[in-house]
Design a protein around this ligand. Structure first.
Ligand code: HAM
Length: 428
């Protein structure tokens, strides 16, 4: 590899310089704040999992995208591509001690060997919000309202991101009506989820691979033209449990202040992960320029599948990449301000000990202090401090030292004051 190549991270991975970290931290802070406001507790786990937990049957794309490896003892391991199997493992392992419903969140780095595109990297951070142990749609409402709260904290709450919601249970009712037996529905979902991502002919071929005859394929594609809950009811010829859940979800979300500009029924939302069983959702920017901002749904069987007791669960994953792009489009040059508080310097070595004592005293009082490592001239110091985002610049020169004072310049409003220096022999 050329030496220039060595300076780049591997394809699809990102570096975070301090400006990037501030942007990233602003997103994480909104996620954490929204989770806390909605009573979710944080959890975490190692980014490495056993391949047994992560590998899947059944044609999901994510199974092909795993970064797998063997450790030196020959164990088959993988980097997690999502947090949900890990969450299921954590819950199943302590199912008898935990109290339900539990509301947990994590900010987890995930790795997927994806085809690189706008909004898709090979590594991303994902905010996961999950409620385990609640079967009513109150759980979906709470999770979606929390995600909407995070959007609001990021300045994207006023209909700029729209949640598209559907239900695999509704799709199952429709597929059954078309004569497709329930044991084939999961495979049909994964094939239908490819609509819009691959050619229509490929979708038809995938549906045929699931064993559907041409008539059933047409019926499955026809149901994808349903545009509203009322139309779905007309298609079914009745109100159904799945329709009732969707209507109830929209009603509950209106109590949280989410209306039609925030959330819409969308029959095309199916999701590419096999474990969803009920309501599913994906959020997109209003103009549909970007990939999904977040996605999730109800999964009732995953805990049992990995060896736990059966428990209802609902959750979502909200990545940092698309939201970062949306925020950058909104204000291309904006970098959240630095929270660097004070820079302290001295003009020559004879004031170094005073500067160190002052920095120590200020740090003990809780100030964030960057102490100069070498002496500086005032002009160079003040311009460095302003450039680096400090709020206050404190300088000790020979005159100040003699008077037992330091000069403090407020770099935001350009005012100046003096503060008393700790005496060299005061034992602090
Ligand atoms: P997912 O739809 O695969 O769901 O991912 C959720 C979100 O993670 C996406 O909407 C997107 O924001 C982000 N994301 C996924 N892959 C990438 C990528 N390659 N690059 C950048 N961002 C990405 C899940 O992962 C489910 N486990 C979510 C969930 C939690 N369901 C229930 N609980």
């Amino acid at each position: 590899m050329s030496s220039a190549g060595l300076l780049q991270p591997p394809r699809g991975m990102r570096d975070f310089y301090p400006d990037d970290m501030r942007r990233r931290e602003a997103i994480f802070a909104a996620w954490r704040e929204a989770a806390a406001r909605f009573g979710f507790e944080p959890y975490d786990a190692c980014v490495v999992e056993t391949l047994d937990l992560l590998k899947r049957k059944g044609g999901e794309e994510i199974a092909e995208q795993l970064y797998t490896f063997q450790d030196k003892s020959g164990r088959d391991l993988a980097l997690r591509a999502e947090m949900t199997p890990t969450l299921a493992r954590l819950v199943a392992a302590r199912q008898n001690e935990l109290s339900f419903p539990l509301k947990w969140y994590a900010v987890a780095q995930c790795f997927r060997y994806e085809r690189m595109s706008r909004g898709r990297k090979r590594e991303h951070f994902q905010w996961n919000l999950d409620i385990v142990g609640e079967s009513s749609v109150a759980a979906e409402a709470e999770v979606l309202a929390a995600a909407h709260c995070a959007l609001g904290l990021l300045g994207l709450g006023d209909g700029q991101v729209v949640i598209h919601v559907n239900s695999r249970a509704l799709l199952s009712e429709l597929l059954s009506l078309a004569g497709i037996p329930p044991n084939g529905h999961a495979a049909v979902f994964l094939a239908l989820d490819k609509r819009g991502k691959v050619e229509d002919a490929t979708v038809k071929a995938l549906l045929a691979e699931t064993g559907l005859d041409p008539q059933c394929i047409e019926a499955a594609l026809r149901m994808m033209t349903i545009g509203s809950l009322d139309e779905a009811a007309a298609f079914l010829g009745r109100e159904s449990p799945a329709l009732r859940d969707l209507r109830e979800l929209l009603r509950l979300l209106s109590c949280y202040g989410l209306g039609p500009r925030d959330i819409q029924f969308d029959i095309s939302v199916i999701r590419g992960l096999g474990y969803y069983t009920g309501i599913v959702f994906e959020a997109f920017d209003k103009a549909r320029e970007f990939r999904a901002v977040f996605g999730g749904g109800r999964y009732e069987n995953l805990l049992k599948q990995i060896g736990g007791r059966s428990l209802p669960a609902v959750g979502l994953g909200f990545g940092d990449v698309v939201i970062g792009e949306l925020l950058a489009r909104q204000s291309p040059t904006a970098v959240p301000p630095s929270d660097r508080d004070m820079a302290v310097t001295f003009m020559d070595d004879s004031q170094r000990a005073l500067a160190m004592r002052l920095a120590r005293q200020l740090r003990q009082a809780g100030c964030r202090v960057d102490l100069a490592l070498t002496s500086e001239r005032p002009k160079a110091f003040f311009s460095r401090a302003a450039r680096s985002g400090f709020r206050r610049a404190v300088i000790i020169g020979p005159d100040e030292a003699q008077q037992g004072l330091a000069r403090v310049k407020n770099l935001l409003d350009r005012t100046e004051e003096t503060i008393r220096l700790p005496a060299l022999n005061d034992g602090t």
